[in-house]
Design a binder for this molecule. Sequence first.
Ligand code: ARG
Length: 597
Amino acid sequence: MRTLIEDLSAILEDAFEAEGLDRRLGAARPADRPDLADYQCNGALAAAKAAGRNPREIGAAVAERLAGHASFSSVDLAGPGFINLRLSNAALSARLDAAEAAPRLGGWRTPAVEKIVLDYGGPNIAKPLHVGHLRSAIIGEALKRLLRGVGHEVVSDIHLGDWGLPIGQLITELELEAPELPYFDAAFEGPYPDDSPLALKDLERLYPQASAACKADPARAAEAKRATADLQAGRPGYRALWRHFIDVSRRAIEREYADLGVSFDVWKGESDADPLIPEMAAELRAAGLTENDDGAEIIRVARDGDRKEVPPLILFKSDGGVLYGTTDLATILDRRRTFDPDRILYVVDQRQGLHFEQVFRAADRAGLIDAGRLEHVGFGTMNGKDGKPFKTREGGVLKLRDLIDAVDAKALERLEEGGLAADMSAEARADVARKVGVAALKFADLASPRTSDYVFDIDKFMSFEGKTGPYLLYAVVRIDSVLKKAGRADGLRGQAASEKDADWPRALADAPARDLAMAIAGYGDAVKAAVDKRMPHFLAEHAYAVAQSFAKFYAACRIADEPDAGTRDARLRLSVAAGRQLLDALATIGIDAPEKM
Ligand code: ARG
């Protein structure tokens, strides 16, 4: 289905064309002055410039053609030649009918279905999951649901960091602590034990210890490097130990992401690309793409006209070791073979922008995939109140587990303060608290464009007022309870309500109700913008706009207790449309709303 803006633009474009002007000038956009219009078109100004004519004259001619069109209740010329449009009740009613018939994502579907690999999460085994992996998971999960919802075929891949130096550091640290383990005995012929010698808390203790030791002592660091190289070369004891690390970490990662409503189709890692590196390198060499640079093997990716220096991608270091760029390049080869995607999206901190630029250019040069089909969907950092990337009070990185627990506790506290969920069992209340907590965390992240930084402020995120997750959940619960009060026992989640045939124009008579209807009608445009720009925040914005419009409507108009039956049914019908759309938008950005609170 076309979005509202697409519909209006099509009407405007025809009018421009009929005036002998360039169709493309007939683009509609939300009005700058909602008190004067719903949508506006500024095309007359550009048309006048191109034709050397008076913009007001052109605007008047186009407006003349639009006057009387069934979609508009008014068409006015304003300022130097802006065309201001108000949607007719008939057109708005048709939009509401469509929203009702196709509540999912405003009925918007992608015109060109693609197979997309979505790379997000990207936690590193050995290291605990930390808040840096939070944004990737939140944004990636929202994009997965959104892209899938509009018709794309999406494979989500966590792309575990399971192959680098941290593993070597960990292996050597364990060797210092427990040299008697068979994994370190090069002569041991196996089989190695099935059970991991380490639990998660051992890993969490060993890694910081190892990394500090390596920082302090070059010999110790060299030893870790040697172990990493041996692991990568296939030393059996190290491989067996590494498998244990992956298993133990994966269980924890899965649990923590599941608590946030984040899941993956594929759990591949950097290591999966490793076996492909030799043949990839051979092909690159055969194609004459690699060069020797002081013992290292590189691919040059600089281009004429680069505004900043783009250094070569290092395929092999002089000691033969591989780097992040090498595995990312080989991962593209792996993905081509396994999924043959049309596109790969990387939801990764924008500070890795140069890395992806190098990888994409190298992939393009290597003929693996066009650089235009690779997208770095970067994001800013979550900062502390000091404006620097968020740290704990002790100055360490906050573990995701601790963050989730803190948010849970805060949510419970807020529910108690507000007297919410009071008549529930402790278990049910804990479930609501978890949902409120996750909504707070996710909404705070998705409420601004992903490219912006934001400040972590748990009290603000958790407030039931303002642009927050809890506010939105509360809006859904309120709509639900209005419906129940009006006798719809199953509320928002039940079958189509009985006021199905209520008369829309009757609901649209009051300005706050009409504003709500306009907000609802804009869903398809929000969805399309979110897809086109890979920016889930358009959905968050939209959900907030609908919730806010509903609050105003609710304050201004009686709903369940409206004495006039026809008006009541029409308002209930509008409330259902608002509530269902809110639920849909929230579910798409990965937020689960409790039924009660
Ligand atoms: N493990 C990486 C990190 O923690 C993120 C991986 C992102 N994905 C990728 N294909 N490079 O920084």
